[in-house]
Write a protein that binds this ligand. Structure first.
Ligand code: ZN
Length: 266
């Protein structure tokens, strides 16, 4: 077991050096290219928002700056977690015992979001099992869509944030599809804006030329420098995820002075 732990550490250390990690270079170049050439400024506005997050950490990594900026202006925000995150350490059970992982991740999410300005009552957990969103039973699927419809109907957000539709993670892409379906059922297309936040798309997309430009259209950049320290604090709460995520991946979110969002057409 100790050898596996040692090799894991070596793997992460080597992967943390940009020259040995083409994914890091790939993600960095696309991010910079979007910032400089392909995005418009996104002013913070007073529109209420729901952030749908497949796992406990996506909301803070992708929208932590947006949440903090809106909350500083007193804008109502809800964060909905689709899954309970119980499978994040399937390959590394010695780091975090599975029996208390759900509780640990919920606590981390609540603490991180409190730093960003949310109360417990603003946070909801759907408690689906992670890695199962693409093959829910029809009953689970219908209940999930129903719950999303109900939340949107009750809260009436001006904006909805979801992971990018091509985020290269089944749970992330399903989250987008679930929310799109719910919005279509509600026929809210004229009143609500749907914005996609990128988490894995630039990291796990095979190569530049396979990333179709249409997936990167409608990009907006939100400057978050003024609350970057708050976002860093919130990310650092997710200690259960640090040993299993590539260090450079986390670091890139700690350093980014802009969050990028893609407006989806409804
Ligand atoms: Zn995720």
């Amino acid at each position: 077991m100790q050898i596996i732990m040692y090799l894991t550490k070596v793997f992460y250390k080597v992967g943390d050096i940009p020259i040995f990690n083409p994914l890091y270079i790939h993600a960095y170049i696309i991010h910079q290219w979007l910032l400089i050439f392909r995005s418009q400024p996104l002013p913070v506005n007073q529109k209420s928002a729901i952030i749908f997050s497949p796992h406990q950490d996506d909301e803070t990594l992708g929208c932590g700056g947006l949440i903090a900026l809106k909350r500083e202006m007193g804008v109502p925000i809800k964060v909905i977690f689709l899954t309970d995150g119980q499978k994040s350490h399937t390959a590394t059970p010695w780091i975090q015992p599975p029996e208390n992982l759900i509780q640990v991740r919920k606590q981390e999410a609540t603490t991180a979001l409190h730093i960003l300005g949310l109360e417990v009552s603003d946070i909801h957990f759907f408690n689906l099992t992670d890695s199962t969103l693409s093959h829910l039973t029809s009953e689970q699927y219908e209940n999930t869509i129903k719950s999303i419809v109900e939340l949107i109907r009750t809260f009436k957000p001006g904006e909805i944030y979801v992971p990018h539709r091509k985020d290269n993670h089944p749970d992330h892409e399903c989250t987008y599809q679930f929310i799109k379906t719910a919005i279509e059922q509600l026929q809210l297309s004229l009143e609500v804006e749907l914005l996609q936040y990128p988490i894995w798309i630039f990291w796990l997309s095979p190569l530049f030329f396979q990333l179709k430009l249409q997936y990167l259209s409608g990009a907006y950049r939100l400057p978050i420098n003024s609350i970057l320290e708050k976002k860093k604090q919130a990310i650092s709460v997710y200690q259960s995820q640090y040993p299993i995520l590539p260090p450079r991946f986390i670091k890139s979110f700690l350093e980014k002075k802009y969050e990028i969002f893609f407006k989806a057409t409804l």
